[in-house]
Design a protein around this ligand. Sequence first.
Ligand code: ATP
Length: 274
Amino acid sequence: MTAAVHSLTVRHRRTVALDGIDLRFGTGVHGLLGPNGAGKTSLIRVLATVAAPATGRVELLGGDIAEHRERAAVRRRLGYLPQEFGYYPGFTVREFVSYVAWLKEMRPADVPEAVERAVERVGLADRIDVKVKRLSGGMVRRVGIAQAIVNDPELLLLDEPTAGLDPEQRVEFRALLRDIGAASTVIVSTHLVEDVAAACAEVTLLESGRVAFRGTTTDLMDLGKPDTGPEATPGPGASAAAVTDSGDNPIERGYTAALRAHRAKAAAPSGAAR
Ligand SMILES: Nc1ncnc2c1ncn2[C@@H]1O[C@H](COP(=O)(O)OP(=O)(O)OP(=O)(O)O)[C@@H](O)[C@H]1O
């Protein structure tokens, strides 16, 4: 187990972003799904140690991050790509990723090679000495991924990493995620369920600060399979409306089914009493 949260509540003034959730993450790629405002970014920011919980406990890489020294030590072993990532536009790709390596207190002798490897892994080797401000939006996003992986993190946290990537880059990026996830814990928040289907072994679906679903990607897809009836497996004869109402592919249908089940439970009298 690399990361865990226990009874985690996160508040933004009067808004409850996460409402007493329990989650554990081990080696592999975990997808974090949920509608806008579900709490994905709030969870990633707590795991990245940049935001503090209102209540609850966070365990990261064997340490309790409530303690300052533990937190500093954990940060050196983390990789984090925020949803909006700040960079110095005048820096070249090499300079920027080296700067992050320095912030993470990597051994100076290891930095040049680690930077080249990270930049190569995101497919930007031919742009390494180009200024970040000269790159396209998708390339800047890839620089963001490079800075997150430069220290070969044991825990990699990516908030909407595929936003702005074109389809070919997304396919390459998913392969990179699977590669990193073979030895590390990767938690990736996304709105693109097809990224989850392609790259993630496990899925956590958040809804209004609660866990609506937790399981394997296959479990989620299975939820979208109706048991009986003419819409059970939309064949060539199924109407477009019947298919698109709950999703166009197995994972979208699973996502919709899990959300609807969670909402129905929350609206039921026993749920309303919580
Ligand atoms: N800085 C803030 N100030 C006030 N409320 C906030 C702040 N950040 C988040 N919230 C609220 O907390 C809740 C959870 O937001 P969060 O950004 O974690 O969700 P999300 O699942 O990442 O959403 P999205 O998919 O839109 O990025 C939402 O109701 C949001 O409006």
